[in-house]
Design a protein around this ligand. Sequence first.
Ligand code: ZN
Length: 328
Amino acid sequence: MIPEEAIARIKAENSPVEVALSHNLELKKKGTRWLGRCPFHTEKTPSFNVYADYAHCYSCGWNGDSIKLEAGLSDLSFPKACLKLGATESETAEDVAERLKRIEERRQRQEQAEAERRGENKAKRARWPQFFLGLHCKGPDCEEIGDLKTLARLRGIHYAGPWLTEQVYGTLRFLIWKGHTAWVVGDRTAAAARRLDGKLWEHGTPHKSDTLPGSEKHPIGLTKGSLPVILIEGEPDYLATLARLWQKGQHEQWQVVCMLGAGARLGRHAAKLRDREVVIYAHGEEAGRAAADRWKDEATFAGAKSVTVCDLPDGQDINDLTEKEIAA
Ligand SMILES: [Zn+2]
């Protein structure tokens, strides 16, 4: 006879997932549950779901906790399955209480470690500069300047930029960074900041574009997926290309990727272009055409399905193209 206390303890100590994995069941994690092919009937499509305290097959209806699962998988009686999972017939309530206490302490330690990790991430995000919300820049450098459109014009950012800010949250922002009014273009993971006065940042090796803290210098907008990709050079090109697609209602059919300058390489990110169509819009000048050739080689080597370079007329970039198309 297995005491009730022992049953409670082995359930706490052996989750259904641990039992299933100890029997080499092939399971894949799906959020908080695990999914695999049911061990109690024959199936091709997995319908056996393992949760924190029970398992259920949505096809044959099998349902049970970790002890029933052990019994089923080992073909044992209930008491024998309990013994296999570590229960003893002589266990007292005190023994069990002591062991349950240790399990609870372990769980709390894990929770604490998790909370610390979350806190670190929050602190990392807090290091991002404060964005100015709304359409008005309140920075000391732009007291006389009205709204984003004026700011945009100052730096030759296509008027589509401010328009996009309203459409695609977070694409373009104006802020004060390192003591200068800056404009920022970003996606959810990467963001580049440039000074509004057009000068270079004053540190180390100055670049026109600079990434914000918490952000890595890598192409903006490049995520894995299967959408065809439009590769462009700089941040104004990024805004202009997004605007162009939005105007045509094609923003969900393409992924626009900003390389943060003609000198950039795809490097390890090239792998994300595998099996995808790639269209490159090069600036109509020497540096742009050289960049396009380099990216074409990298994308081709990475296994892109096709790579097309659109050579623009001398002195033109995709801003000009967008402007013309929107005006037409
Ligand atoms: Zn089943």
